[in-house]
Design a protein around this ligand. Structure first.
Ligand code: SAM
Length: 276
């Protein structure tokens, strides 16, 4: 009885002006002239098969564990002299939870106004100043460098190149957002949010990571969690390079060959590879 009543309430809730909307409607809070809720996504959009598929993929990704913080702290569990984070936003989300003797943060403050970081500048300027001995000491070597700044392939590629100059031989370069679940998450333009991915954005970091997967000078893999946590190391044997394929870097090719292209592995498998 109660169950059937609840079911009816639930169904009524998702009918709008006699039309079936969706069980999980997305709408901007607000009212039209009749005081009815103002929906920006109509029935057609919400019931679109691509929209539903992408939303399901995103939900699946959001449930994956561990998050980047646990992975980085694992990488720092053996050596944790120096940690560098490129792109910090709110430090409580990751930076403040990282355990290392010395921690350094870089962010020009695009997304988080107070921007409480050590170096309020872009990664390009930071690495230039570091190289010139204008900040820190250009002899410094990091155990982990977390690259999570501007998520566009050209920038990420340059961040990796610069990071390789300052990473210990047995250290790790970590990259967030290497395994976008859909092409909409991998769109170039962050601002365009009227896609099935809504506001979620991984950008084109995956392209830079894949480019480095072709390089014989580094080892690499990607942990299948938290939107793909890519890891690159000079000496740690975490994954061999692959032959260059899909050099036009098309998303559909990544999607079909995700495991091989990214060397996508679970965190458990990764732990068995490292620190033996
Ligand atoms: C995805 S957020 C970082 C999230 C954080 N690392 C975390 O794990 O919670 C990206 C940050 O990169 C910063 N950013 C944007 N362009 C940048 C650049 N060229 N160099 C460094 N950081 C940049 C933004 O200001 C933003 O705070």
């Amino acid at each position: 009885m109660i169950k059937s009543l609840l079911l009816k309430i639930n169904l009524i809730k998702y009918y709008y002006k006699g039309k079936y909307i969706h069980r999980d409607p997305i709408y901007i809070k607000g009212r039209d002239i009749n005081n009815d809720p103002y929906y920006i996504k109509g029935k057609e959009v919400l019931n679109d098969t691509e929209f539903i598929k992408v939303q399901e993929l995103a939900k699946k990704e959001e449930l994956k564990k561990p998050l980047r913080t646990e992975i980085i702290n694992f990488l720092l569990s053996k050596n944790n002299d120096n940690y560098l984070e490129i792109g910090v936003r709110n430090p409580n989300d990751n930076f403040n939870q990282i355990i290392a003797k010395n921690k350094y943060s870089v962010d020009p403050g695009v997304e988080f106004k107070t921007n409480p970081v050590d170096f309020k500048m872009t990664s390009d300027v930071f690495f230039q100043k570091l190289t010139n001995n204008d900040i820190l000491n250009n002899e410094i070597k990091f155990d982990v460098i977390f690259i999570d700044g501007l998520h566009l392939a050209d920038q990420v590629d340059r961040d990796i190149l610069n990071a390789l100059k300052f990473i210990k031989d047995d250290g790790f370069i970590v990259l967030h957002d290497c395994s976008p679940p859909s092409e909409w998450h991998a769109r170039e333009d962050f601002k365009y949010s009227h896609t099935p991915a809504c506001g979620a954005w991984n950008g084109t970091t995956w392209k830079a990571f894949l480019k480095w997967r072709f390089n014989p000078d580094v080892n690499s893999c990607c942990i299948d969690s938290d939107w793909g946590v890519g890891i690159i190391s000079k000496k740690q044997e975490i994954g061999k390079k692959i032959e260059a394929e899909n050099t036009f870097f098309e998303f559909n090719m990544l999607d079909k060959n995700r495991k091989k292209f990214l060397n996508l592995i679970s965190f458990e498998s990764f732990k068995n590879l490292t620190f033996k």
